[in-house]
Design a protein around this ligand. Structure first.
Ligand SMILES: [Mg+2]
Length: 181
């Protein structure tokens, strides 16, 4: 990763990092089968897991040693369940001798509550001082594109984040930097 990166990368949760609505499709409390990687089960053993490429993307961002902060921005009606899932989901390591780590450890900021995502990003900006122009956001819903009004780069993902979408998001963010020079 030699090209410049945004100072903050934010992800929506439902249909961006995992394939369900946490407030509708699953029921708490959640649990995990021993140390199974990337799988949490709901009350009825319905699985919750990140899309395939998400663990490596999280590992990659963590590998920047804090150069890139990571945020989750969700407007779910079940914030407690969302946090519980992030606390239980184990992210597999990049190398065989690495350790499984709870997904929540990969996030510097969690903004999880209903309402306009403008609020979510204003709060992150207030907490970190990071300019909106240094933020890249992945989300599956067009209505959340409204954060572009703040200066955040928005990348719409239709079937969750994957490596290719992640790269496209980075490209879009870099292009915007050049356009504003
Ligand atoms: Mg979503």
């Amino acid at each position: 990763m030699t090209a410049r990166l945004p100072k903050l990368v934010a992800f929506d949760l439902d249909y961006t990092l995992w394939d369900l609505w946490i407030d509708t499709h699953v029921t708490g409390p959640f649990h995990r089968n021993k140390n199974t990687a990337n799988e949490v089960l709901d009350k009825y053993n319905e699985p919750i897991k990140f899309y395939k490429d998400v663990p490596q993307i999280l590992n990659r961002l963590r590998g920047t040693q804090g150069q890139v902060k990571v945020a989750a921005c969700s407007r779910t009606d079940a914030p407690r369940l969302a946090r519980q899932a992030l606390g239980l989901l184990l992210v597999p390591p990049e190398t065989k001798d690495g350790e499984l780590r709870p997904a929540i450890d990969f996030f510097d900021h969690l903004e999880i509550y209903p309402g306009s995502k403008l609020t979510h990003f204003r709060k992150i900006h207030e907490a970190t001082g990071i300019p909106y122009s240094e933020m890249l956001f992945f989300d599956d819903e067009t209505r959340n594109r409204e954060v572009e009004a703040l200066g955040v780069t928005f990348r719409l993902v239709r079937r969750g984040v994957n490596d290719s979408e992640f790269e496209k998001g980075l490209e879009a963010w870099r292009k915007k930097q050049l356009d504003h020079q």
